[in-house]
Design a binder for this molecule. Structure first.
Ligand code: P6P
Length: 324
């Protein structure tokens, strides 16, 4: 008999092993899982909606899908009502949202409500990515802290099945959603990235704009030097990361002429995935610095991202000899 363990049951057990896990993490994860069930409900019938484009663009100048806004509103409504957050940062909100409350709530959350949403109309997996910090006493807007100070990080992948993967710094755990009972059940205990990587994930069209060092590293993945590895690139960060986490591999989105700071966002994409990856035995860098040590300059700051097996991330890391 499979031992069915819900997120709450799992956290009760984990908190008895690690008393330092704040009690209200259960409440936060419960509310994120509740929002993800509501987001899933919209995603699985997106093909029946005629209007996928919202007709608006976000702070990054990207076209916003209707589902981006739906997911964003769903998360803000639920987390501001029940999530014990004083502040919410979202890819879809230009500024940090201050949650009015009599008491100063202890947490701030950053999230990408629906990463990869451009893939929805072609039925490719998409995801919600989240990152939680303790609220500093004197929080000033854009008082941002490095990813090493995250208390909780995770993602929900809406794919062939819906999974919630999280860490509080005491291992990585995955829960698979069973729609017949409406519960996320523990399916992946103590996820660790396999020692032997299988994949590399990069948009190969970027090759001409990579540095010589990055090109050499990429070439090495195709030969016995570091491989040969198989190329897998979905173009949806959560899907590419999740596959490499479970099977072994590296995801790379370097800075390019078009995206000189990289394309992916530090606060609500790179940091939470880097926390998970390190907890699973891998690593994440911007090509020269551990992602979790970067001091964020703004809520929507971008970063180059190399994340997965440490051996492959280190291969991408610049050495003093090479230059862009
Ligand atoms: P490109 C999706 O738009 C996204 O933000 C990530 O989910 C994904 O990894 C990346 O962009 C894909 O970018 O330039 O390869 O299409």
């Amino acid at each position: 008999m499979t031992s069915f363990k819900t997120i709450e049951q799992h956290l009760i057990e984990l908190s008895s092993q690690y008393p330092q896990i704040p009690g209200n993490i259960t409440n936060i994860l419960y509310n994120i899982s509740l929002a993800s069930k509501m987001i899933r409900k919209e995603i699985i019938v997106a093909g029946l909606q005629s209007q996928h484009e919202s007709g608006t663009t976000n702070v990054h100048g990207e076209h916003v899908k209707t589902l981006d806004l739906t997911a964003n509103k769903c998360l803000i409504d639920i987390l501001s009502a029940h999530g014990q957050f004083s502040y919410i940062g979202s890819e879809e909100e230009d500024e940090i949202v201050t949650i009015e409350s009599e008491t100063k709530e202890p947490y701030v959350i950053f999230f990408d409500p629906l990463d990869g949403s451009s893939n929805i109309d072609v039925n490719v997996s998409v995801g919600t990515i989240f990152s939680v910090y303790k609220t500093p006493e004197k929080w000033k807007t854009n008082d941002l802290h490095p990813g090493s100070e995250q208390l909780l990080a995770g993602y929900v992948i809406y794919g062939s099945s819906v999974m919630l993967v999280y860490t509080t710094g005491n291992g990585v755990f995955g829960f698979t959603y069973d729609p017949s009972i409406g519960e996320f059940l523990l399916s992946h205990e103590n996820i660790t990235i396999p020692d032997t990587p299988k994949y590399y994930s990069i948009n190969e069209s970027l090759y001409p704009s990579l540095s010589a060092h990055e090109q050499q590293t990429l070439d090495s993945f195709k030969t016995s030097e570091q491989g040969p590895l198989s190329s897998r690139y979905v173009g949806s960060l959560v899907a590419d990361f999740h596959r490499n986490l479970l099977k072994g591999g590296v995801f790379a989105y370097p800075s390019t002429a078009k995206s000189t700071e990289g394309k992916l966002r530090l606060m609500y994409e790179a940091n939470p995935l880097a926390f998970i990856c390190e907890q699973a035995g891998g690593s994440a860098s911007n090509g020269s610095q551990n992602i979790l040590e970067i001091q964020p300059q703004s809520i929507h700051a971008k970063t180059p991202l190399f994340i997965g097996n440490s051996s492959l991330v280190n291969a991408f890391n610049k050495t003093t000899k090479t230059s862009k």
